[in-house]
Ligand binder design. Structure first.
Ligand code: ATP
Length: 303
């Protein structure tokens, strides 16, 4: 029999889960099992989902229970949600049965390369771990996250980072990145898998760290490092990406790039005021656009 959950939660915690952009995304090889090897500069940004996690007392013996709900933008509830899979992974490692609810107020467009699902999963790991008295450290949570997706370990760490391997190697790059960006999205959902299958790794193999190393050291302010190896593949599936980038440039961006495997693009602005004005103009044209800034640290991390 399923355990009964009492109405009053024992504990409850709410946190913001940030989106990300990839300022540089190189695919530098492929493992024998088919997974692509990345070399990418990931940066959290101040566009957020909001998660509320509650621990419920369980009456009687039984197994753990998890319920995940979402509002805002339409994403799966229950086991189809990455936050559910994160909670299941963590509770599976805890010896006693636990009742858990996760509610997501969704603002990050799904399937846009902004990493919303991965951020929700990482934030769930962080919040549930906190409610349980922090039995796991960051590295253990990041290793759990790696089982859920390539972007999840980055969000567990929550700072600007160079990400390599299949996402499990996360190295902080310090706090030197402070950029004003405009995000633009045309509502299309690009499945990551479809973009990767369109991508020909032999065309880019081996081009990895050099440009990014220059950027990270702060010695190169040009947009030479601003490259996404998946952009051409994504544009073959969804040609409107090219127009979105052109629109951002027309509005005053210094440079524009697709993030992740798409379909959102971002432009870099000299300052937040200009970015805010450009985002407003794009919204007046009926587009989804947000002015955002890069973050030094995810708010999901404990103080
Ligand atoms: P990434 O950049 O990490 O590859 P993405 O930003 O392109 O991912 P997500 O927002 O992670 O895309 O969503 C990808 C798909 O995952 C969605 O189409 C949705 O059906 C599913 N999904 C499951 N859980 C979530 C969630 N919590 N938020 C968003 N999408 C989710």
């Amino acid at each position: 029999m399923a355990p009964l959950a009492a109405r009053e939660p024992l504990q409850r915690v709410t946190s913001l889960a940030p989106a990300k952009v990839n300022l540089s995304l190189r695919i530098i090889g492929r493992r024998p099992d088919g997974y692509h090897l990345l070399d990418s500069l990931f940066v959290p940004i101040d566009l957020y989902d909001e998660l509320t996690v509650e621990l419920l007392p369980l009456m009687g013996a039984g197994s753990s229970t998890i319920a995940v709900t979402a509002d805002g933008i339409d994403v799966p509830s229950g086991p189809g949600n990455l936050a559910y899979r994160a909670a299941a992974l963590l509770l599976g490692a805890v010896p006693r049965p636990i009742g858990l609810t996760v509610h997501i107020h969704k603002r990050i467009p799904p399937g846009s390369g902004l990493g919303g699902g991965s951020s929700d999963a990482a934030t769930t790991l962080l919040l549930v771990n906190r409610l349980l008295g922090a039995p796991y450290g960051t590295e253990e949570l990041a290793a759990m996250g790696a089982q859920l997706g390539a972007d999840v370990p980055f969000f567990v760490h929550g700072y600007p980072a160079r990400v390599r391997g299949v996402g499990e190697q996360v190295a902080g790059v310090g706090n030197g990145i402070g950029l004003a960006l405009v995000l633009c999205w045309d509502g299309s959902i690009l499945p990551t898998r479809a973009v990767y299958s369109q991508f020909d790794v032999s065309l880019t193999m081996g081009q990895g760290a050099s440009n990014m190393a220059t950027f990270v050291s702060g010695s190169d302010a040009s947009s030479e490092w601003l490259v996404n190896d998946l952009e051409a593949a994504a544009a073959q599936i969804h040609p409107n990406l090219v127009s979105l980038k052109a629109t951002l440039m027309e509005q005053g961006a210094q440079a524009a790039l697709m993030t992740g495997s798409g379909s959102a693009v971002f432009g870099i602005w000299p300052d937040a005021t200009g970015a805010g004005k450009a985002a407003r103009r794009l919204r007046e044209q009926g587009m989804w656009a947000e002015a955002v800034q890069t973050l030094e640290r995810s708010p999901a991390l404990e103080d």
